[in-house]
Design a protein around this ligand. Structure first.
Ligand code: ZN
Length: 136
């Protein structure tokens, strides 16, 4: 069974059940459909009401998984190109900034205080959008 929302040419709207979509067409062709309000036989299927929220959710989910993919790719890229200096991150970053060490991409851990110091000294670093290691 299929439920259709139907409209007559006078703008009345009502719901009706049909065994399938063909039976709606057949009944209409034979003039067996009429408006429950004004008995008009000019009946057509109402356009479906736009269903907003599920689509929105889908888009959101798609965006989310795209972002997750991006982060994953970024993570792999960093792992492939950067040296993991672990706890020594701020010391390494500082040494490179002041020319004590050759510059290279590094990744590691830092405390919030260390990060603040780095920022104050104008040492560029980017917080990564994930934390799979526990924060100090
Ligand atoms: Zn009507």
């Amino acid at each position: 069974m299929i439920k259709y929302t139907l409209n007559c040419n006078n703008g009345h709207q009502f719901d009706s059940w049909f065994s399938d979509s063909d039976s709606f067409e057949k009944l209409r062709e034979k003039g067996h459909l009429e408006c429950a309000v004004c008995s008009s036989k000019k009946i057509k299927k109402s356009l479906m009401a736009p269903v907003v929220s599920p689509k929105k959710t889908e888009t959101l989910l798609a965006k989310q998984s795209a972002l997750e993919k991006e982060i994953k790719a970024l993570k792999q890229k960093i792992k492939a190109n950067a040296t993991d200096v672990g706890e020594n991150f701020s010391a390494e970053a500082r040494a490179m900034h002041y020319g004590e060490k050759e510059e290279k991409p590094i990744v590691g851990k830092t405390t919030l205080d260390e990060a603040k110091e780095l920022a104050e000294e104008g040492i560029p670093f980017t917080p990564l959008p994930w934390s799979d290691d526990k924060v100090n």
